[in-house]
Design a protein around this ligand. Structure first.
Ligand code: SF4
Ligand code: SF4
Length: 85
C-alpha cells in the first residue's frame, strides 16, 4: 500500500458526496466494517437504510472524489454480497 495508513480505506468522511443514487457512502461503509467486526446491531441498521449497496449504479463519482482513493464502486459490490442487499 502506498501513502498513509488511510490510503484505500474508507474513513466515513463522506467527502465523496453527493452520490447520484442517494447512497450514504460513509454510513454504509461504517455499518459494513462494524458488522465484520462482530457488531450484531450494525446489520440491522444497514438493513433499515433507505438506500443500500445494491442501489449503487457504479457511476464512479465517489471514486473520483475520495481523497483516500477508495475504490468505492468495487467496495459497494463487496458490501452488497456481504449483506445480500
Ligand atoms: S469513500 Fe472516501 S470520501 Fe467517501 S466516505 Fe469513504 S473515505 Fe470518505
Ligand atoms: S459509484 Fe455507487 S456509491 Fe459511488 S457515487 Fe456512484 S452510485 Fe454512488
Amino acid at each position: 500500500m502506498i501513502g498513509s495508513d488511510a490510503e484505500g480505506v474508507c474513513v466515513y468522511c463522506n467527502h465523496c458526496q453527493p452520490c447520484p443514487a442517494g447512497l450514504d457512502v460513509g454510513l454504509i461503509n461504517k455499518y459494513y466494517d462494524l458488522a465484520q467486526a462482530g457488531d450484531a446491531l450494525a446489520k440491522d441498521h444497514y438493513m433499515n437504510l433507505e438506500k443500500t449497496a445494491q442501489d449503487c449504479i457504479s457511476c464512479g463519482h465517489c471514486d473520483s472524489r475520495c481523497p483516500f482513493h477508495v475504490e468505492q464502486g468495487k467496495q459497494m459490490q463487496e458490501i452488497r454480497a456481504y449483506f445480500g442487499k
